[in-house]
Design a protein around this ligand. Structure first.
Ligand code: IMP
Length: 429
């Protein structure tokens, strides 16, 4: 994060799981507020602090730093039950959360019927997306369909009951169309979630105003994205995407500040590529190598436990991410996972099914299934990197790999992560 940047966005540049949680945790040290701008409990950030491991789904990773204010912006779909599971678990582990968590009055609520519809839609879909099953798609559908229930509605019981009733009716019709019976205890499930409404409402605020005031007062803010660029609803591998805009521009709409308030955008890229859920992964590895990298990198979903598919570094995608997000810098994570490999490949272009070669990320998702990556081969460094604390501590070949990532992506590498601990983060330059 540049010395002067008051407001920085942290965004994933691949298919999520790039290690944003750790980078946010490290950078949070230098800021006053950390705010999430989209997504919900589909995200899963694993952060290690000393010997403790924390998995966060909705609360920003900044919460692990004493005194930092953490906000959930209006762009988030907030699962109240999951939210308080997480909140209470953090408190039980000794964190002082008093006055530290705020939720936007404009954020939408994710209620039990959204999860039901998510699962039913996946089961009956001809083309499966492989969602996390957390109800994200249906909650954003309700938001766009103007049936959504917002945190602000919790302040008016009558209006809340009416809006929940309408949304529930709509979802039950959709469940019926999908051949599902509405569970008999659905009312009880919804009531259960809404009993936490008062507790949530007590945390509600105008988060956009709060961020704008903080910036005006010279304080620093980090806006934290979930998922990654290739899962963005507009720019990702549609329809195999999540249902929100994950990219940097959404940080403004999803928190309630103007785009000109953003000073820097740090893109997080893993030193290789992974994907969980359905959809194309152009640089996917052969099964044996795929297994090995998954094992080396511990590539299993933090939310669902699903194994992630692994691939070589794809610079066609990261260059596209640099463009869409307006990256001012890059954080490369999990470099140490590649320590033992004798040879590394980097995709520099795609050979399309019609034989043409392009270095642009194609809009037609189905053509991506048939592309053949054009690879460049780089020698592995075959030496441990997890003890490195400065760039100079890294083997020459590891630095050459980072230089190539920087060159192909088109944005300067500012951070390199070589392990799960905070101390295993190398500031560059
Ligand atoms: P949804 O966000 O649960 O609707 O899932 C849509 C797609 O995004 C699926 O392919 C999921 O696997 C993927 N996805 C959602 N959240 C994450 C995440 O935090 N990391 C990686 N993939 C995710």
């Amino acid at each position: 994060m540049s010395e002067k940047a008051a407001c920085t966005v942290i965004v994933g540049c691949q298919w999520g799981d790039e290690g944003k949680g750790k980078i946010v945790d490290v950078l949070a040290e230098e800021v006053d507020i950390v705010a999430r701008y989209q997504g919900g409990a589909n995200a899963g950030h694993t952060v290690r602090v000393k010997d403790d491991q924390f998995v966060l789904h909705q609360i920003p990773s900044g919460i692990l730093h004493e005194g930092k204010r953490c906000l959930l912006g209006n762009g988030v779909v907030l699962d109240i039950e999951r939210f308080f599971d997480e909140y209470d678990a953090l408190r039980e582990r000794g964190l002082d959360l008093e006055g530290r968590v705020g939720v936007s009055l404009r954020a939408h609520l994710l209620l039990p019927y959204h999860r039901l519809l998510d699962q039913a839609s996946e089961d009956s879909a001809a083309e499966k997306i492989g969602t996390t099953g957390r109800g994200i798609g249906p909650a954003y559908e309700d938001k766009a369909g103007r049936r959504g229930v917002r945190v602000a509605d919790l302040g008016n019981p009558e209006r809340l009951a009416q809006r929940v009733g309408e949304a529930q009716e709509h979802i039950c019709r959709r469940l019926e169309q999908a051949g599902r019976r509405t569970p008999e205890d659905l009312d009880r499930q919804i009531e259960g979630a809404l009993t936490l409404g008062g507790r949530l409402f007590a945390l509600a605020s105008d988060t956009g105003r709060e961020i704008a005031d903080a910036l005006e007062a010279g304080r620093r803010v980090l806006l934290e994205g979930a998922q990654g660029t290739a899962l963005d609803l507009d720019h990702g591998t549609y329809p195999f995407v999540t249902s929100s805009n994950t990219t940097a521009a959404a940080a403004a709409t999803g928190t309630g500040i103007g785009p000109t308030a953003i000073d820097a955008v740090v893109g997080v890229v893993k030193a290789y590529t992974t994907r969980v859920g359905e959809g194309p992964l152009p640089t996917a590895l052969e099964p044996e190598m795929d297994d090995m990298l998954r094992r080396l990198g511990g590539e299993f979903g933090a939310t669902t436990g699903r194994p992630r598919r692994c691939g070589w570094f794809d610079s066609v995608l990261t260059r596209f991410a640099a463009q869409i997000n307006g990256l001012t810098g890059v954080a490369v994570t999990k470099l140490d996972v590649l320590d033992t490999l004798p040879e590394l490949k980097v995709a520099t272009a795609y050979r399309m099914p019609d034989g043409s070669v392009t270095d642009r990320f194609p809009a037609d998702t189905w053509s991506l299934t048939g592309v053949e990556p054009v690879y460049e081969s780089l020698p592995g460094w075959q030496a441990p990197t997890s003890g490195a604390r400065r760039l100079e501590d890294l083997p020459k070949r590891a630095r050459a790999y980072l230089d190539r990532i920087e060159e192909l992506t088109g944005a300067p590498v500012e951070w390199v992560s070589v392990g799960t601990k905070r101390s295993q983060t190398i500031p560059v330059g």
